[in-house]
Design a protein around this ligand. Structure first.
Ligand SMILES: C[S@@+](CC[C@H](N)C(=O)[O-])C[C@H]1O[C@@H](n2cnc3c(N)ncnc32)[C@H](O)[C@@H]1O
Length: 213
């Protein structure tokens, strides 16, 4: 039997959803699943999009590309659905390129052979307690798998305000023998960035580059 993967996210459900949010999950979500993706269109993946502020931004910036978001926290998915639909409950034109996988990204990746120009991971859950370290998503094996899903010149962009996790991710990237840079990116505003639970001044960013071989 296959070894069960450890859960890398906290909650799947938070406070009760509004009637509209429940309706959007029932009716709109099934129409924007990341299935039957066209082969010749550029794709961008965001893992753990939270409430989807950044996902919406990249959707607006890249109208010709498909933006896929994976997020198992249903309140986050519901917030995104509310923000991308209009008063008639139709997806707004500028967000028609969004596809949502409302679950663990590892399940999505197992069932697609898509390649991505960019993979964004902003504020991955840091699991700060030592006994929870194995729940961290960005260990060497997973980063290696992700790097193999990049198109030529593609990149994985990671940002976190948890500096200890940041150093740990850099170490995992080294273990996986990946090429990376640590650029000075202007702070990207997301809900977790605003919370800044780690209490640090700024987030730090890391870009992992597609393997050249
Ligand atoms: C700390 S929150 C950050 C949310 C958002 N990126 C932001 O900056 O506001 C981390 C998110 O990653 C999601 N997550 C954790 N493990 C995941 C996985 N295996 N697949 C997809 N999302 C995951 C969690 O559900 C959570 O919403």
């Amino acid at each position: 039997m296959e070894k069960q993967e450890l859960r890398t996210f906290g909650r799947r459900h938070g406070k009760k959803l509004s009637a509209r949010q429940t309706m959007l999950i029932d009716r709109i979500l099934p129409t924007i699943l990341p299935t039957n993706l066209p082969a010749n269109t550029g794709k961008i993946l965001e893992i753990g999009f939270g409430a989807g502020e950044h996902l919406r931004e990249i959707a607006r910036q890249n109208p010709g590309k498909i933006i896929i978001g994976a997020e198992p926290f249903m309140n986050g998915v519901a917030s995104l659905l509310s923000a991308i639909t209009n008063e008639l409950n139709a997806v707004r034109d500028e967000y028609k390129n969004i596809r949502i996988f409302a679950d663990d990204v590892r399940d999505f990746l197992r069932n697609t052979d898509s390649q991505f120009e960019q993979i964004w991971i902003l504020h991955p859950d840091p699991w700060p307690k030592a006994r929870h370290e194995k729940r961290r998503l960005l260990h060497a094996d997973f980063l290696h798998q992700l790097s193999n899903r990049l198109t030529k010149n593609g990149e994985i962009i990671i940002g976190t305000d948890h500096w200890e996790y940041y150093d740990w991710i850099i170490n995992q990237s080294r273990i996986a023998d990946l090429t990376y840079t640590t650029p000075d990116i202007k702070t990207i505003r997301t809900r977790y960035q605003q919370k800044n639970m780690a209490g640090t001044q700024t987030p730090k960013y890391l870009i992992i580059h597609a393997p050249t071989h």
